[in-house]
Design a binder for this molecule. Sequence first.
Ligand code: PEP
Ligand code: MN
Length: 331
Amino acid sequence: MIIVLHEEQATEMIKQLQERFSDHHQVFVHGNRVAVQGIAPADLTMEQREAATELITNVPKAVQASRLFHPEDTVIKTAHSIIGGGHFALMAGPCSVESADHVMKMAAVVKESGATVLRGGAFKPRTSPYSFQGLGKEGLVALRKAADHFGLDVITEVMDDEHVPLVEEFTDIFQIGARNMQNFSLLKAVGKTNKPVMLKRGMSATVDDILNASEYIAAGGNHQIMIAERGIRTFDNKYTRNTFDVGVVPVLQKLTHYPVIVDPSHAAGHTEFVTPLALAGVAAGADGLIVEIHDDPAHALSDGPQALKPDQFQEMVKKVNVVRTALTAAE
Ligand code: PEP
Ligand code: MN
């Protein structure tokens, strides 16, 4: 249940409710809202009921992610980006960090587009153990150097809880990949850091699954969370790599205050479909995009078939900006 308190009584009542319930229940406080798991209005005293303007009883388990608990948008601020609450974030870069020179070249393209976050995987979750697994620490060093050279933030995937301290040293934003969305020890580990986390939707995860996964991060004390839609598995993934669930963008934005990012690259799987899906995501109201680029997709070490070449990427950004301007004009 969530107890929405009268402003004047909030401080005193929050203390009282914490004292009364925190031994046996999870208690969370946000502003004048107190969420107490597993209680009903009848468990409150008359005084506590009278101090409330509203008692919300139909509350999801992932309560900290819920707009019922936290009505206003979460806004994430990094050195070069503001994400959420009407601030749009553009993130781009190669699927993998392939070499220091290559990521530097790609960072120049990212900067030129107006994007503020450089992506690149140093630890790669590949379907086959024989595929390129990423450069590891060497990749992190190169990625950081390229981002710093151009004044960009870094986002990179962390695959194991034991790598969290290493990746934390080099990144501004942790990426949790689709395959790890329910790796609970990893979620708990990033939940203990104070760096933002972009949690990608698992390929067969429901909306409640993602929200509960995000709750693992929040439960550790880290509230700088974004959720990314990157396509899900459906019955026909012959022509696109995954099925882009555009509907989940407004659904998530209704249910949660966390920024919602769209990854059209892993949804499309083919360069020619990346821009249309990016535009659909932006038109649906996404708070940001994360896009894979490569100057020589045929020789990319991972995900070449879905990479946009630099000129294709700049074209995409132009169109994205047209859609965003149109949306703003219509407001
Ligand atoms: C990636 O971003 O390169 C990646 C592996 O994405 P996902 O986890 O969505 O498959
Ligand atoms: Mn990729």
